[in-house]
Design a protein. Sequence first.
Length: 235
Amino acid sequence: MVLSKSFWAKYFKTYDVLNKVIPYNELIEVLCTKLEIKKGDRVLDAGCGTSNLSVRLEKLGADVIGTDYSLEGLRIGRSKSPGIKLLQNDLNINLPFKDCSFDKVVSCNTLYLLPSENLTSVFKEFYRVLKPGGKVVITNLTGDFKPYKIYFNHIRKFSIKYGQLKTIISIISLIIPTVKMFYYGSYIQKNSNQGFNFFETNDQQKLLILAGFNNISPPTKVFASLGILNTAEKL
Ligand SMILES: C[S@@+](CC[C@H](N)C(=O)[O-])C[C@H]1O[C@@H](n2cnc3c(N)ncnc32)[C@H](O)[C@@H]1O
């Protein structure tokens, strides 16, 4: 069973609490750094969710287009930046963009949610829409996904940065959204292997090779070591 749009609409009521969570902010920053954004770069954010990354890329001067199949995600994204370019699109079908039309393509923690038999063509679509010299940056959650690890990593880093008292206040203020996040995270975990799969460490690398990419980086751990990141180029 692939997760439904109504699942995401419910999850998105709580999802943006992640903006207060250090490992998620670090992930967004790593993606922006790896993308090496130059002013005016045309960037596709595939599976943009509530547009946290798209909005950040826009602030860095990118001409970004965020796509997602959840209209609720796009609605929340638009409320953050009314002029942002967002488009409803199911990644299981070919992208509605011309060949060689983007400088960069990024996808954050989305592709593992697609049926694995569709992934080769999704990566080929990314290759097709990138300009020669363009770059792709991909992260996905791995089989080690345990939602509580994000929370513990946040608390550890927060207490180092702000001290114990502020950490206790932060924990109390985040209790309700954290419980909800654990619920949705566990739901995703329980439903994996039923239409979608968490990635293995080398999965992205293999898919990037199959799609024709060059200069593929080795996988690096991100997001409290629950995700893997690869970059690659279209020569
Ligand atoms: C975990 S969220 C990640 C959102 C965003 N990239 C982020 O990092 O905050 C996964 C996203 O994948 C989207 N998604 C799932 N299946 C999809 C599909 N077939 N086509 C497009 N988007 C899809 C969901 O709607 C959701 O926004």
